[in-house]
Design a protein around this ligand. Structure first.
Ligand SMILES: Nc1nc2c(ncn2[C@@H]2O[C@H](COP(=O)(O)OP(=O)(O)OP(=O)(O)O)[C@@H](O)[C@H]2O)c(=O)[nH]1
Length: 399
């Protein structure tokens, strides 16, 4: 059996999971205390009222409250196969059962002189609403039912009115304070969660283009490589470099240069659509895009589409030989790359980019990687470009 994670909550989780992780130590402590009190109280109670070993109170509380409580406590310390929703409903049930048993038995005690069961209700309220991590709605409904059972039992027991009023005021006070605290803690957690998420987004994206930055790419790489090894699937990493970008900056100014970077970033972002695909700004005028579970033909077509879309966006570059349009050069590596390091994969793509630049701009070159030889690149495939058959400059670039 594996112990439940106790580390600080992580914002990649959903809010419900985050809340569960965050409250876990408090819930565990609350449940442990309640379980110990029930266990420790048992011999004391039985030594005071030995006849109860055959009595209704003991034999009702044991299966109805104590065993579920111990099971619940156990499930919060160890990863037993309980769905989190089932665990939450079990908590609501234990709270209800403990509260109703308390109301009924204390009333029986008053009316018929049965043995006392101890005044632990305030603690039960605490454990049910706060420590068991019931959400505010569950806590409100269960507390309301317990309160009604106390009202009915107290009225049925014919307590004197001042006692009844005093008791109701106490329970109402407890319920109000605890529900309010529960609600506030939920709101506070939500704010912390949103804030952490925003911080994480800011620290993982490039402020100019909104694409992932290098550190986010590292995280993505780790997931991607694991998945690629597990599923024995290929993926492709492309490095995209703007051609003569320095000249665009010099000719049209840095603001226009920035706009060109945003345009290409948008094109790349909309090309990486599946969950394990990702687009990232690698730095300066270089971008990385990853496609998971693809074959050479898909990638080749994707490169063609990206270049075509860039051409339609009509960014002008004074140095361009292609109708004055800004162009890009792409180098990539495709294969079952999961066993390589991030650095090795990027170096292989960089090598392809370098070779593509040597051939001339506005091209793409994708190497395919053979897993049988880590040091050898096979089947180098060079492709060409820009499908601008009307441009003589483009034609001269075809190989
Ligand atoms: N506008 C703008 N320019 C940037 C940014 N980051 C880097 N650059 C510029 O990008 C240019 C990159 O120049 P180089 O690495 O020489 O590349 P290049 O001019 O595209 O030449 P080739 O890649 O060989 O075609 C430099 O002039 C940088 O100043 C940015 O965030 N905004």
């Amino acid at each position: 059996m594996k112990k439940l994670i106790k580390s600080t909550a992580d914002t990649s989780l959903s809010f419900e999971e985050y809340e569960f992780q965050f409250r876990l130590p408090v819930v565990q402590m609350g449940l442990l205390c309640c379980s110990i009190i029930y266990i420790a109280g048992l011999p004391i109670y039985l030594s005071l009222f030995p006849e109860e070993l055959h009595g209704v109170i003991f034999w009702t509380e044991l299966p109805v409250v104590m065993l579920p409580l111990w099971l619940l406590t156990f499930s919060y310390f160890y990863e037993v196969p309980l769905l989190s929703e089932v665990r939450s409903w079990l908590a609501a049930y234990v709270y209800l059962a403990a509260g109703i048993c308390h109301a009924v038995f204390n009333t029986l005690n008053h009316k018929y002189g049965t043995p006392m069961v101890g005044d632990i209700l305030p603690m039960i309220f605490l454990f049910g609403c706060l420590f068991c991590g019931l959400n505010t709605k569950q806590a409100g409904i269960t507390s309301g039912i317990i309160f009604l059972s106390i009202v009915s039992a107290t009225l049925w027991a014919d307590y004197a009115w001042p006692i009844v009023v005093n008791q109701f005021a106490q329970w109402l006070f407890f319920i109000a304070v605890i529900l309010f605290t529960n609600y506030q803690s939920q709101i506070m957690l939500r704010k912390v969660y949103d804030y952490q998420k925003e911080l994480k987004n800011k620290s993982s994206t490039d402020s100019l283009t909104g694409l992932l930055n290098r550190s986010a790419l590292d995280e993505h790489f780790a997931v991607l490589r694991r998945q690629s090894v597990r599923e024995n699937k290929a993926f492709c990493l492309l490095i995209i470099d703007l051609d003569y970008f320095k000249e665009l900056n010099d000719g049209h100014g840095h603001l226009e240069g920035d706009q060109a970077l945003v345009t290409i970033a948008n094109i790349l972002q909309s090309s990486a659509r599946r969950p394990l695909d990702c687009a990232c700004r690698w730095g300066g005028d270089e971008f990385i895009i990853i496609f998971y579970d693809v074959v050479y033909e898909d990638i080749s077509e994707m490169c063609r589409l990206i270049k075509e879309r860039l051409q339609y966006s009509a960014i002008n570059n004074p140095m361009s030989e292609f109708n004055g349009h800004q162009t890009i050069t792409i180098g990539g590596i495709l294969g079952k790359l999961g066993h390589l390091t991030d650095r090795e994969i990027i170096n292989l793509a960089d090598l392809a980019l370098y070779e593509a630049k040597q051939e001339g701009r506005n091209t793409h070159l994708i190497h395919t990687y053979n897993t049988s030889d880590r040091n050898k690149l096979n089947n180098a495939k060079t492709e060409n470009n820009l499908a601008d058959s009307t441009s003589s400059a483009s034609e001269s670039n075809c190989r």
